[in-house]
Design a protein around this ligand. Structure first.
Ligand code: HEM
Length: 427
């Protein structure tokens, strides 16, 4: 049964509905809920923080990401791997996020060096430069679509620069990624959902494969070069693995940050006292870090992750059988009253904040340091250079039950001191 006619497998519900009313009810009444939607099979919806942690911490041993991939199929047409390129790839353990055990450990170790806090801190100048360039372009207009022109463009540009994708291709990749993440969204559709998704996925993969192949002869200091040089237990990555890992980095690297940042600003605009406090403390790195984590908790832009049960196990008092699907709704766990005081309140000073927005355990977000850096730079730079920020039109939400968040958010503002970047800023 769906919840009072609400279908958690329907992306349109996440664009127009209020998932938090459902999460509250499920947490209280049936926290491990056998859920039906428009897919051909049922799955367990896990909504409490403690149960979510149990599943995440038993990855590989009791719960596999590799058996069926890390996400619910985006719709019935995506269930059959023969019909959907993305489903085929997602279920074939070809990229880090959908691998179990030793191969996952080996590949993760290999990529980890790029994303340690030290390596990421070294990227701060790059992130600030990109932010300044974007704001230089936006500020004279006094208005912009905050989500697409700043919150989405900055992380896209940063991850594209880390991968080594030339600037001329960034906008195409952004567009193709929207097609793959929201194939049913009328704004991105170019045909059926499958056609739209396949177009987006195959174009991003082809671009990554072609660019990576060129690195074989001429290696550079970027992540595409790392992909062609990577080995799992002595075996180089195949072409498909290179393309699919490139797609993973690109998608994971911007979609989520864009949503956290947009939802965070929207909440600040509703609460002028918090916005004023953040503006006054914007050069304090600890304040920025705490605020960014609340942006992630509150928005939980990756709505869910999927695991396939590998042996019978009890979760939250419910008997899960081998082969069942367990879906952790990060969205729900991050508002669990048992863990967070006043969980529905957006509080940029919340501390501690043990949210699961970056997951936990073996698949803990590899890009968490980068996401925090992107957001800290954006919050500081935006408050340095914009005053009197306000909404300038309706906010539009994404049609996706995988990435929750804002698609468009028009704002107007007054450029501070002519909009010039502040000469010295805290690291
Ligand atoms: C606010 C921003 C972000 C959020 C909320 C977020 C969230 C997550 C979550 C929840 C997972 C675990 C998924 C699972 O268990 O199935 C994950 C994994 C991952 N994320 Fe992020 N992410 C963010 C930004 C980034 C960025 C900027 C990158 C850039 C490289 C990135 C790269 C990855 C990768 C590679 C994985 C797979 C790790 C593995 O399987 O070992 N993420 N992310």
């Amino acid at each position: 049964m769906s919840q009072d006619g609400i279908d958690l497998t329907n992306p349109l519900f996440f664009a127009d509905g209020d998932p938090h009313a459902i999460w509250r009810r499920l947490r209280h009444e049936d926290p491990v809920h056998l859920t039906e939607g428009r897919l051909s099979r049922k799955f367990w919806s896990i909504t409490r923080h403690a149960d979510a942690k149990f599943v995440l911490m038993n990855d590989t041993r009791i719960f596999s990401v590799q058996r069926s991939g890390a996400n619910l199929p985006m719709g019935p047409e995506f269930e059959n791997p023969d019909d959907s390129l993305f489903t085929q790839l997602a279920q074939s353990a070809q990229q880090l996020a959908t691998m179990d055990g030793q191969p996952h450990n080996a590949l993760r170790r290999y990529f980890s060096t790029t994303f340690t806090s030290t390596s990421v801190n070294g990227l701060e100048a790059l992130v600030r430069r990109i932010s300044d360039e974007l704001l230089d372009e936006i500020l004279p207009r006094g208005t912009c679509d905050f989500t697409t022109e700043y919150a989405g463009r900055l992380p896209t540009a940063v991850i594209a620069a880390i991968l080594g994708i030339p600037r001329g291709l960034w906008d195409d990749l952004y567009r193709w990624n929207n097609m793959f993440a929201g194939p049913e969204d009328p704004e991105f559709a170019i045909g059926t959902a499958i056609e739209t998704s396949t177009f987006g996925v195959s174009n991003i993969m082809r671009t990554c494969i072609e660019l990576a192949e060129a690195r074989r002869a001429a290696p550079q200091d970027d992540l595409l070069t790392a992909l062609v040089q990577a080995e799992i237990d002595g075996v180089p990555l195949t072409e498909t693995q290179i393309g699919f890992n490139g797609l993973m980095f690109f998608a994971a690297g911007h979609e989520t940050t864009r949503s956290s940042m947009s939802v965070g600003l929207l909440e600040l605009l509703k609460d002028p006292a918090q916005l004023a406090w953040l503006r006054a403390n914007r050069h304090d790195p600890a304040v920025l870090r705490t605020a960014a984590d609340e942006f992630v908790r509150y928005s939980s832009p990756l709505t869910h992750t999927l695991r396939t049960v590998t042996e019978d196990v009890e979760v939250g008092g419910k008997p899960l059988r081998a082969g069942d699907w367990a879906v952790i709704w990060f969205h729900a766990a991050n508002r669990d009253e048992a863990v967070f005081d006043d969980p529905e309140r957006f509080d940029i000073r919340r501390h501690p904040n043990p949210h699961l927005g970056f997951a936990m355990g073996k698949h803990f977000c590899l890009g968490a340091h980068l996401a925090r850096l992107d957001m800290a730079v954006m919050i500081e730079a935006m408050l340095d250079r914009m005053d009197d920020i306000e909404l300038a039109g309706p906010v539009e939400w994404s049609s996706s039950n995988l990435f929750w968040g804002i698609k468009h958010m028009p704002i107007r503002f007054r450029a501070r001191d002519g909009g010039a970047a502040e000469p010295s800023r805290a690291a």
